[in-house]
Design a protein around this ligand. Structure first.
Ligand code: ATP
Ligand code: MG
Length: 417
């Protein structure tokens, strides 16, 4: 496994220095997702170290070397060391005990062995460690499971999911990220305990759900949520068993499109989730409702522009592009030529340059005066036409400009009084 060390050494030399230094006085290993990713030949999303040093000892070493070190979540014994551009999480070996909370450990114990630390982790593929000499420590057969593309809990599924219900969603997330199968025993445990995910905070569910929706093999994840009963546990009666997630294979990996699909497949109401920002919820809800409507030209655009989802012209254009992607992916076909031409037609009608306005500089100059003001007034009118506040017709534009000028002057008079 020496070749895995090169990943750290070559791409993150600062982290390598930290690892080397900590190893001088302790057993410090690379653990978790990064090691797993090496086997999958994909870059690690983060490099996590686990160590026999206590948090205080970690900080001591960091201080000696002049690295900034901050303890995060004191009870969890994790120190973040910053070396140059890089930051790295160093966690003291520990075991955890669970109580009532379906996600948070009730107690944490330090001073345990590396094997104990690995045993508290969720899946065999996430329970491996690599020493700085390049030796793999893999007590639960993670490497073999990765080879066979299997996600399996460390220990009994039932116990591990009782401790932390989030792990059931993590299993689905990893399956849909790597196109892995879930081991039989692990699957059965999830089927039995799926209702427990309802006890997780909504923010947690939103976070995991987003990762599943946006993963490489979204359809795999969707089908698992369906067959394991997790979809129903999270979204209750909105989740109809057997709903197809095939569109996820075609839908671009864009947050709003993926969330819109959920709203479309279940019901737009389900999108009102804690942890999602209002703009995303509004756009996804709109897409879930309007995503399949036919393009009726200016009429469609007018209807949409009146919805609170699109505060300006730019947002509306963005909306049209989203609508197009969504519709094409769901229907599995490109827009008809007529629809495409219809969209082009609309954009042809909307001016982007002052020269496209049905007034010229001379006409405007008579109202606002000569010089710099003419250009400013034309820009102003252009924007007003794009936003739909005034039609691009000579008389209307001039009348509008006069009105605005009067308003302005009045305002000036009032403010001078
Ligand atoms: P990613 O590439 O998405 O970051 P990861 O495996 O690194 O995947 P993290 O959430 O960063 O996932 O967690 C790091 C490691 O911590 C995991 O590999 C796993 O060993 C352990 N872990 C994380 N969450 C849990 C959990 N809920 N239960 C048990 N172990 C966990
Ligand atoms: Mg990680």
């Amino acid at each position: 496994m020496k070749e895995f060390l090169a990943v750290v050494k070559n791409t993150h030399p600062n982290i390598w220095d930290v690892w080397m230094k900590l190893s001088e006085s302790s057993q410090t290993v690379w653990v978790g997702g990064g090691v797993r990713n090496c086997f999958l030949k994909i870059p690690p999303s983060d490099i996590d170290l686990a160590t026999s040093l206590t948090p205080d000892e970690i900080i001591q070493v960091a201080d000696q070397e002049g690295w900034r070190a901050d303890q995060v979540g004191a009870a969890f014994g994790v120190v973040v060391i910053r070396n140059g551009e890089d930051q790295i999480e160093v966690a003291t070996f520990r075991t955890e005990g669970y109580g009532e909370d379906p996600h948070r450990p009730e107690w944490v114990e330090f001073g345990v062995s590396l094997e104990d630390d690995l045993a508290r982790r969720d899946f065999t593929m996430n329970g491996m460690a690599l020493t700085i000499e390049g030796e793999l420590i893999d007590p639960f057969g993670g490497a073999q499971d990765i080879k066979e593309k299997i996600i399996r809990t460390i220990g009994k599924g039932e116990e591990r999911f009782m401790e932390d219900a989030l792990r059931m969603l993590r299993a689905v997330r990893f399956a849909s990220r790597f196109n892995f199968k879930i081991a039989e025993e692990t699957r059965e445990s999830i089927c039995r305990l799926a209702p427990k995910v309802a006890q997780l905070s909504q923010e947690r569910i939103t976070e995991e759900m987003e990762k599943i929706l946006l993963s490489e093999y979204g359809e795999v994840g969707w089908n698992l949520l369906d067959s394991l009963g997790l979809g129903q546990a999270m979204f209750l009666d909105h989740w109809k068993k057997g709903t197809s997630g095939v569109a996820l294979t075609y839908l671009p990996k864009v947050r709003v499109l993926r969330w819109a699909f959920l709203g479309f497949a279940l019901s737009p109401q389900v999108l009102d989730l804690k942890g999602l920002d209002r703009k995303l919820i509004n756009q996804a809800t709109w897409l879930a409702q309007e995503g399949l409507v036919r393009w009726e030209g200016l009429e469609t655009l007018r209807k949409w522009s009146k919805m609170s989802v699109f505060p300006n012209f730019g947002a509306l254009i963005e909306g049209v592009l989203l609508w197009r992607s969504f519709r094409e992916a769901i229907l599995g076909s490109d827009l008809s030529l007529n629809e495409q031409l219809g969209i082009i037609e609309i954009f042809r009608e909307i001016p982007f340059y002052p020269a496209q306005l049905k007034v010229n500089g001379n006409q405007v100059g008579e109202i606002v005066g000569a010089g710099k003001l003419v250009g400013q007034a034309l820009d102003f009118l252009l924007y007003q036409v794009q936003e739909g506040f005034v039609a691009n017709e000579t008389e209307e534009l001039l009348k509008y400009l006069i009105e605005k000028k009067v308003e302005r002057n009045t305002e000036n008079l009032i403010s001078k009084e």
